[in-house]
Design a protein around this ligand. Structure first.
Ligand SMILES: [Zn+2]
Length: 112
């Protein structure tokens, strides 16, 4: 049995908790994505995710955490506007598609 290094992390609810390398998900972002680390709090089961700066990344790596390199789809990096789509938007869209003039509604104009 390999003895695991204890890594201390902070849960917003429970304060400092003891984790092992296996408990920590270290995500190394590609491109402009930020590095983050996350863990499920052993006390309250809440998943905590935080930004990981270079110092934290080195610390976690030296503690035996195996990093996950995140491959980001190009869409993620595209600029976006407006609020995220919610359930109501989907329902509205569905209702719109059932009408005969959905194309005009969607494009805001006539087909001519
Ligand atoms: Zn907690």
């Amino acid at each position: 049995m390999k003895r695991m290094t204890t890594i201390k992390a902070t849960c917003p609810d429970c304060g400092e908790v003891d984790l092992t390398a296996d408990d920590i998900l270290l995500r190394i972002g590609s491109m402009r994505e930020k590095n983050t680390y996350g863990f499920s709090c052993p006390d309250c089961d809440r998943f905590v995710e935080k930004p990981a700066d270079d110092r934290i990344v080195r610390l976690l790596l030296s503690g035996g955490v195996i990093p996950v390199v995140v491959q980001v789809p190009a869409e993620i990096l595209e600029p976006r506007w407006g609020p995220p789509i919610n359930h109501d938007d989907l329902l509205n869209f569905h209702e719109m598609l059932e009408s005969d003039d959905w194309y005009e509604n969607l494009t805001g104009g006539s087909r001519s």
